[in-house]
Ligand binder design. Structure first.
Ligand SMILES: Cc1cc2nc3c(=O)[nH]c(=O)nc-3n(C[C@H](O)[C@H](O)[C@H](O)COP(=O)(O)OP(=O)(O)OC[C@H]3O[C@@H](n4cnc5c(N)ncnc54)[C@H](O)[C@@H]3O)c2cc1C
Length: 691
């Protein structure tokens, strides 16, 4: 800057800008807004309501001791921090060190084991719930890859001789990776091309990458793994016994040098999760002993193949079903990430002031704008609904009575919630304005970590198709007896309604007592699922009659099938939310959860007005009444927004976003984070880059 320049002369447009803003502000007509009061729900109990909510959303997966120990480990800020400016290599090194510390401190001290997949899955869910609060989800991903994909493959697909490896795996002494996906196949894994050919002369398998598309791709832990669980086609006597899983050593024990015939490289930088070393792996005629086959569902003895499940499709489905822990972990982790994003955006909205009724008077918090409330409050309500179904899934996962129900629910939930949460976090970013766009807000990290949850552990579209397929199979089985059981019970209630037509009194009824009743909310959701199920069955059958090809017929019906799968999953969510509220003993908790459930239910109906209006389920006036009630519920619940997000029970020390800190002045927190007031200019290399 020349010496005769002054700030004023450089910024000589400032006055005109101020005038513009003033003029703009006076053009705005303000909606009547209700000032937000903190915690407007009066409480008579000594336990604060947020504490009760916090306990409500971890019922059955508390494990307080385990949680305390995990938070203690994460509290070591010298090791557990995420450096936004670090290179990809440095991030990976940090994540590796964090992983090893965590595994030795938590698994190494017997607080939890891989075998808890069967012994006590609630511990795993508590672990995921805690770890997903840590700033960088690379750590959680790497842990899931090592213990709940690689480790789970050894535990679930292997037999006793393989289980001996578990103690070393779980405490990080033997790092592994899960090598299923290939360059050419990720969803259609039944068509994987890597081969494991049995050699009877040496009683070995020869692991090979016969074509480029067979290269294992996206493999997490590829840089550090000593062993891989590799999915490959088992070839014996020239016969292809389809895909099985094998343990293949990749490196020497030093964890660095590759073994002969193994090639490994990196797949490069990613949208996020750059602390995870995702790589590619190729095998060139690598020999492994026949005992390396994880042989629970298929084995080779004296050169003869046998399996307890003779049907190859069922066998492969069984192999894949064993990896359910990874899928459930994603749902649990994603819900927690959403909670973190909501804590950040809500606290920001309560502290950030913009505009006011008069130009000179006080400004109002952005949370008071109805537009803000209409976005954020349904998200908060949805999170509580997700907690209810999450806890139900956890319970069913622990009981292990109906594997099929768990599979369908886990698949549907992962697809529905990872999608909703991803688009919602993007919206929350916008709602935090420019400050939300800063990496310091943490929102972009949360976004990239939940976004990938739509792809890995099963692409969402594929998972929804599995849900639809299961529903149609069950429907076909139970249709002839006209007795619908299990998850399809709701069909019995709705078949007569669908046949005889809807009652005009009900389709027009718009009084609050009706619209806010759990009965109406549940009936609406069940009606939608029932109708879509019948429509789907008719459509697939019609398309099949036209084409005589079930693959084409299915694909021609996909849009309706996916709608069905989402509708069914949402029906499960609301029914479990209602059930859990009905079982709630504490009046104060019940009262606020009831409002959240009403908002969640009406909002879901609102999101699918097209369906309800086309089905004549709602007359125009009723639809309008629903919109009005949603607005009222949002305004009402917004009064308790701070309390509701505190009720998520996030560990405050891990929020780590200046926008979302509970205490302190918003601008102090933001300025501290960027190092303002430190007298520092930009670093030299950046300044010189102008020359
Ligand atoms: C960060 C990251 C980490 C990963 N880590 C691992 C790992 O450690 N180990 C491992 O084995 N894998 C890993 N994966 C791979 C992951 O599991 C796959 O990417 C995932 O299963 C999806 O497969 P795909 O990429 O081949 O997608 P594709 O199957 O090619 O899907 C692409 C698109 O096509 C659509 N599509 C495909 N088939 C159909 C159909 N029948 N009907 C309608 N639409 C269809 C999908 O919906 C999707 O939109 C990782 C991936 C990522 C991104």
């Amino acid at each position: 800057m020349e010496s005769n320049e002054t700030s004023n002369s450089i910024l000589n447009f400032e006055n005109s800008k101020a005038n513009f803003i003033e003029g703009y502000s006076s053009m705005l007509t303000f909606q009547p807004v209700v000032p937000i009061q903190k915690h407007s729900i009066s409480t008579t109990s000594t336990v604060p309501l947020y504490e009760k909510l916090k306990n409500w959303n971890i019922q059955g997966i508390e494990h307080q001791n385990l949680r305390t120990e995990i938070f203690k480990v994460l509290g070591n800020k010298q090791l557990f921090y995420s450096d936004l400016d670090a290179s990809k290599e440095q991030q990976r090194l940090n994540t590796l060190k964090q992983l090893q510390s965590l595994l030795s401190e938590i698994f190494g001290k017997d607080l939890i084991h891989i075998s808890d997949i069967k012994d006590d899955p609630s511990k795993i869910l508590a672990l995921i719930d805690c770890l997903s609060q840590f700033d960088d989800s690379s750590l959680l991903t790497k842990l899931v890859v090592n213990n709940y994909l690689f480790g789970a493959a050894v535990y679930n697909l292997g037999t006793e001789r393989h289980h001996k490896l578990l103690p070393e795996i779980e405490c990080g002494k033997l790092l592994g990776c899960f090598a299923m996906t290939e360059l050419g196949h990720g969803s259609n894994v039944r068509s994987l091309e890597t081969t494991a050919t049995y050699d009877p002369k040496t009683d070995e398998f020869i692991m090979n990458t016969p074509v480029r598309t067979a290269t294992k791709w996206w493999i997490g832990n590829a840089a550090h793994a000593v062993v891989a669980s590799v999915f490959a086609r088992l070839i014996l006597d020239g016969k292809d016994h389809e895909v099985h899983c094998f343990l293949v050593p990749l490196r020497k024990r030093n964890g660095i040098d590759l073994l002969p015939g193994v090639k490994i490289g990196d797949v490069g930088p990613k949208f996020g999760l750059n602390g995870v070393d995702n790589g590619w792996i190729q095998f060139d005629q690598v020999r492994i002993p026949s005992s390396s086959l994880l042989d629970k569902f298929g084995s080779v003895t004296n050169g003869v193949y046998s399996s307890p499940i003779s049907n190859p499709s069922r066998r492969f489905a069984n192999i894949l079903a064993q990896m359910i822990t990874g899928r459930i972990s994603i749902s649990f982790g994603t819900i927690r990430s959403f909670k973190t994003a909501l804590v950040i955006a809500t606290r920001y909205a309560l502290k950030r002031l913009q505009f006011g009724p008069s130009t000179n008077g006080p400004e109002i918090p952005i949370m008071e704008y109805p537009t803000h409330q209409l976005e954020i409050m349904p998200m908060i309500a949805t999170t509580y609904a997700y907690d209810a179904i999450k806890l139900y899934l956890a319970r069913r996962f622990m009981e292990r009575q109906d594997e099929n129900e768990i599979h369908v629910l886990a698949s549907g939930l992962k697809a529905v919630l990872s999608h909703y949460i991803t688009v919602s976090i993007l919206e929350l970013r916008r709602m935090c304005g420019g400050h939300g766009y800063s990496s310091n807000s943490k929102l972009h990290r949360l976004l990239s970590s939940v976004d990938v949850g739509r792809t890995f552990e099963g692409d969402n579209t594929l998972l929804l198709q599995q849900v639809a397929k299961d529903l149609l199979t069950q429907f076909k089985k139970e249709y002839t007896s006209n007795k619908f059981t299990g998850t399809l019970k709701y069909l019995s209630k709705n078949t007569s309604l669908l046949l005889s037509g809807l009652n005009p009194y009900t389709t027009n009824r718009r009084d609050e007592s009706h619209l806010l009743s759990f009965q109406f909310l549940l009936d609406s959701m069940e009606f939608r699922s029932s109708k879509l199920l019948i429509q789907s069955a008719q459509l697939v059958s019609k398309n099949y009659n036209k084409t005589k090809n079930s693959f084409i017929a299915w694909n021609q019906s996909l849009e309706t099938l996916l709608h069905l799968a989402r509708a069914h999953t949402e029906t499960m969510i609301i029914s479990r939310f209602i059930e859990s509220i009905n079982n709630e003993k504490d009046a104060e908790t019940k009262k606020i959860l009831t409002k959240l459930c009403q908002l969640y239910g009406l909002y879901r109906i609102r999101m699918d007005f097209e369906f309800y209006r086309n089905s004549n389920y709602l007359k125009k006036g009723k639809a309008r009444a629903i919109i009005k009630l949603i607005q009222e519920l949002c305004a009402d619940l917004a009064q308790n927004a701070a309390l509701l997000v505190k009720g998520f029970g996030n560990e405050e020390s891990l929020i780590d976003s200046p926008l979302g800190l509970e205490d302190g002045d918003l601008y102090d927190n933001i300025c501290k984070r960027v190092g303002l007031f430190s007298d520092k200019n930009y670093p030299e290399p950046i300044l010189k880059s102008k020359l």
